[in-house]
Design a protein around this ligand. Structure first.
Ligand code: AMP
Length: 561
């Protein structure tokens, strides 16, 4: 493992108390995210904070950990809350309060979410018993204040989370009224995904000499990752494993690294994917060197094709034949994204980076696009029908390949099956015989339809208009695409990069114009602009790929998708 970036700062380095470190370890967090690295030390030193950070950056822990650090021993805590966290929505109130519970478990933190639409009785009871942290939507907090059931006189920390959204939702006056009830001396943290003038004004009147943190501002030079096809899929958390499986089935990668945020997630996903028939191996910071070496050996020898890893564990990792990087979660900072996808597309090879985005994480995706100065294609998760079509397509291509090579006197002569066809044709129509044979071939090629429920169609929230609705190949050529058949496949050691290299090197087609590449055991299919098919076919016939002459043809019968 090498330290090839500046992030080798641990939670311990940040100065967190042992109870919190223990909780983070249990959760499988391996290292702080950039916002945590920057925010936690000044917050522990008592500073106010103005943070520009979106959902998915780890901002909740960035404020929750310092708040929890300030809790005294349970027996010395009074009934009045120590911290008030204001959030725009009920959903967020629940999430943030769960986060406080998880991080504050060993401190026995008493956390209460209060939001509208929930019976007030339970909230009253809990408030009466005493709580440390109240996570509230502004309306309901004000409600309790006017009833006299929420006492803010002992508040030491106020957090305004997603402040821009709270203002957008018309909570400005409520917020002012609530803040007016807090003691003069308290610390304030304000987080907002955007910094419009209204937020600036609010910060000026409520924050005292705050530390300012902005994430994702330092853009990288354009064109730094030209060889990588980048796309994103919007999918809810619960459907991620199924979505990942389908995407892998459609993409047919050579080898993939899937990045997860925590050790626990790595272990769970590895197990799930193995259960779904993929050869997945886990790699995380909790493993011994010997275990890691074993995993890497399996990946290199291609006895595993999916590596599920945390950022920490994958640091310095160098696997030659990786073709795909999957971000199972949007990385917590744009820098981490570029770091991750740099694992593929090395040495001029083509690589693919796929990011699974939850509907609320659109801002993080935007930040990454700004950072990399590339627009990400937002794709729909393949449907069951897509998968079926795809599997049938593979079967069709395999049969075609068998026919073509038999025609050319290849070693797989078909003559020895003639007698079988003959005897069956006495009894059945030839088309029926063909249909049954194809069914058998399809099933033995793994094309059974045992799958699957449809996944719900979700889109990015809330500014969906930002999301391009439809995917095209990177450069959809005016005349559409067509496929060419290349009679070399995985058994000849062919990788996407070999095909891209040969085509881009020998014809006028650039790497960016090449569409989907399909590599099966014995042959490959490559999408190229329809107007250039003949040229590419001629060029590839005249050259060698991986030192071998290949059969190259226009793949008749189907247009590229
Ligand atoms: P947030 O941006 O606060 O909504 O956090 C996004 C997700 O990242 C949550 O699921 C957290 O549990 C997770 N998370 C936060 N900090 C870390 C970390 N340091 N390592 C791994 N996961 C984290």
């Amino acid at each position: 493992m090498t330290n090839d970036d500046t992030s080798a700062v641990s939670f311990t380095d940040l100065g967190l108390r042992p109870e919190l470190l223990q909780a983070l370890d249990t959760l499988g967090y391996e290292e702080p995210t950039p916002i945590q690295r920057e925010a936690i030390p000044p917050l522990l030193a008592g500073r106010d904070l103005l943070g520009q950070a979106a959902t998915g950056t780890g901002k909740t822990a960035a404020f929750a950990l310092p708040v929890l650090q300030g809790l005294g021993p349970l027996e010395e805590r009074g009934k009045q809350p120590h911290a008030l966290i204001l959030v725009p929505t009920r959903e967020l109130a629940m999430q943030v309060s769960e986060a406080f519970h998880r991080y504050g478990r060993d401190l026995e933190a008493r956390v209460l979410p209060i939001y509208g639409g929930q019976p007030i009785g339970r909230q009253l009871k809990e408030l009466g018993r005493g709580v440390d942290v109240v996570v509230a939507t502004p309306g309901r907090a004000l409600d309790h204040l006017s009833r006299g059931t929420l006492d803010l006189t002992a508040i030491a920390d106020v957090v305004l989370d997603e402040a821009d959204e709270m203002l957008d939702m018309g909570f400005a006056e409520d917020l002012e009224a609530i803040l007016a009830e807090t003691p003069e001396h308290h610390r304030t943290m304000l987080f907002s995904a955007t910094m419009p003038p209204r937020i600036d004004k609010m910060a000026r009147s409520h924050l005292h000499d705050p530390v300012r943190i902005t994430l994702g501002r330092d853009d990288v030079a354009a064109g730094e990752s030209p060889q990588i096809r980048q796309s994103a899929y919007v999918v809810t958390r619960a459907h991620k494993p199924a979505a990942l499986g389908r995407i892998l089935d459609i993409e047919s990668p050579v080898a993939t690294i899937v990045f997860c945020r925590t050790r626990i997630e790595v272990d769970e996903l590895t197990e799930t994917m193995n259960g779904r028939g993929y050869r997945a191996e886990a790699l995380h910071g909790g493993m011994s060197q010997e275990q890691r070496d074993r995993v890497m050996d399996r990946l290199r020898s291609q006895t595993a094709d999916l590596l599920v890893a945390t950022d920490v564990a994958a640091r310095g990792l160098d696997v030659d034949h990786l073709s795909h990087v999957v971000n199972y979660d949007v990385p917590s900072a744009p820098e981490a994204y570029t770091h991750r996808i740099g694992r593929v597309g090395r040495a001029g090879r083509e690589g693919v980076a796929i990011t699974l985005v939850e509907p609320r994480q659109h801002r993080l995706l935007k930040a990454i696009e700004r950072h990399t100065r590339t627009k990400m294609e937002v794709d729909k998760v393949p449907t069951v029908a897509d998968l079926r079509a795809r599997r049938l397509e593979l079967t069709r291509a395999a049969i075609r390949e068998t026919l073509v090579s038999a025609d050319e006197g290849g070693e797989d002569g078909l003559d020895r099956f003639r007698a079988v066809v003959g005897s069956l044709s006495d009894e059945f129509d030839l088309v029926e015989v063909a249909l049954a044979s194809i069914k058998l071939a399809h099933e033995s090629l793994g094309g059974s339809d045992e799958d699957q429920v449809e996944l719900p169609d979700v889109t990015l929230k809330p500014d969906q208009q930002d999301a391009p609705k439809k995917r095209g190949p990177r450069h959809q050529p005016a005349g559409g695409t067509e496929r060419i058949f290349v009679g070399l496949g995985r058994s000849a050691g062919i990788r996407p990069a070999d095909l891209v290299g040969a085509i881009a090197g020998e014809s006028s087609v650039s790497g960016r114009e090449i569409g989907a590449i399909e590599i099966t055991h014995r042959f490959s299919l490559v999408e190229v602009p329809a107007g250039k098919v003949d040229e590419v076919v001629q060029a590839l016939r005249a050259t060698q790929i991986k030192g071998r002459k290949a059969t190259v043809k226009r793949d008749r019968g189907t247009k590229g998708r």
